[in-house]
Design a protein around this ligand. Structure first.
Ligand SMILES: [Zn+2]
Length: 422
């Protein structure tokens, strides 16, 4: 017996359509002789199916605040200060309502796993984390949520945050977060990193830190990727540490940035590019030849660093844009990083699928027999044009059930004159 039969679909870049059979939330057959009856059948009509998109870095707790109070300066400092003011008025119900709007946007766009980074600090307390834990259960049939306890305001400069992080991990946070530049001195930033990695080792959870988020390394608090690589290796945490932003790396001379990229690769530290935020907040002091503020994607790839791309913030002081569509953000990364042509674009697509899944620690990700049936069917038959077209997500499938559908039609209603005869 088959619960769901996807008939006539193309698996990623395979040219030949096939059928996918799903039972008890997992893929049981791709093609093959199985002809067992199906409870539900979806005819793909030759469309492409991808494994569900993976959002490795998102802040649902502070999304959708731009209409309440926008960033007064357009800088990172402006975003942090205006959000800190707004956080003082956060309520459980308010955070939940905004976070659920964001989850809905993400699921409609084909995302089946989200790593969420709610703020944990003396102002917000554990409100964001508690809401995300509620939603982790309430939305479990639609999307897998991981929670990261994120000390946005620092650890050493925000009293009691270290205790709050322990409380968050005791309450079931999946990942320990960090904000490595949110301390007053370089030594305190290093101590922040040590504290986060020590908690990761003690609790047996991955670490996912915001790091080196600046246009350049003039301020040494924004040049800590090498230190993080060294400390990750020292604790045996290879493959368990990810860094968001890492934009100042792009400001180093080529030989220096390649050396740091090699250190990250050797230590098994992944990087998550957050291009929508980086582009908005970056280059604010530049009066001409404004920098794009992007992590050096090509150098990281060449060094063998695992790289994902994610949305980070949706419509707030850090990023006043966004629809929750990872394909849109991946295309933005391609544009900003000068990536083009099928080989580059296929690789960019991996930053929101296969490579993102590795960053999020997902096992058994992908479209193969026995894998969880987390899938998205795209309204296209052209794999090379997925990022260019960002086609409608015809169906989103979570654990073998269809959880969202989108139909979009566009037609010319008038034929051009003088058309050539067929
Ligand atoms: Zn972030």
């Amino acid at each position: 017996m088959t619960d769901l039969l996807l008939r006539d679909v193309r698996v990623e870049n395979s040219p030949d359509p096939t059928d996918i059979r799903i039972r008890d939330g997992r893929i049981t057959a791709i093609g093959g002789p199985d002809t067992s009856p199906a409870t539900e059948t979806l005819d793909g009509d030759g469309r492409i199916v991808l494994p569900g998109l993976v959002e490795t870095h998102l802040h649902p707790d502070k999304a959708l605040l731009d209409s309440v109070r926008p960033n007064p300066t357009g800088t990172l400092a402006g975003a942090i200060s205006v959000t800190a003011e707004l956080k003082a008025g956060f309520t459980h119900a308010g955070v939940r309502a905004r976070a659920e709007q964001v989850l809905r946007m993400c699921v409609l766009n084909g995302t089946t796993t989200i790593r969420a980074h709610p703020d944990v600090d003396p102002v917000a307390g554990l409100t964001g984390l508690e809401v995300l834990h509620e939603l982790r259960d309430a939305w479990a049939d639609l999307v897998t949520l991981q929670t990261v306890a994120f000390p946005q305001e620092g650890i050493l400069q925000a009293p009691d945050t270290h205790k709050l992080l322990r409380k968050a991990l005791d309450a079931g946070a999946d990942v320990i977060g960090g904000c490595t530049y949110a301390e007053k001195t370089l030594d305190d930033c290093k101590r922040h990193i040590d504290l986060v990695l020590d908690l990761a080792a003690e609790y047996g959870v991955p670490a996912d830190m915001h790091a080196d988020f600046a246009d350049d390394t003039a301020d040494p608090r924004f040049a800590l990727a090498g230190y993080i690589a060294e400390q990750t290796a020292a604790r045996g945490l290879s493959g368990r540490v990810a860094l968001g932003h890492v934009t100042s790396l792009g400001g180093l001379p080529p030989a220096e940035r390649r050396a740091v990229a090699a250190e990250l690769a050797a230590a098994g530290v992944a990087v998550v590019s957050l291009p929508a935020t980086d582009l908005f907040l970056g280059g604010r002091r530049d009066e001409r030849a404004v920098r794009r503020g992007l992590t050096p994607v090509r150098d990281l790839w060449d060094a063998g660093v695992l790289l994902a791309c994610s949305n980070n913030n949706i419509r707030n002081a850090f990023t006043p844009y966004g629809t929750g569509d990872l394909l849109e953000t991946a295309l933005l990364l391609a544009r900003l990083a000068h990536l083009s042509g099928p080989a580059d674009l296929h690789r960019v697509l991996r930053t929101v699928t296969h490579d993102a899944a590795k960053v999020a620690g997902l096992t058994d990700y992908g479209i193969h027999r026995g894998a969880p049936a987390d899938l998205v069917i795209l309204d296209t038959r052209d794999y090379d044009a997925i990022l260019l077209d960002r086609p409608a997500r015809t169906a989103v499938i979570k654990a073998g059930r269809i959880v969202a559908r989108t139909t979009r039609t566009s037609d010319l209603t008038l034929a051009p004159t003088g058309a050539l005869e067929a």
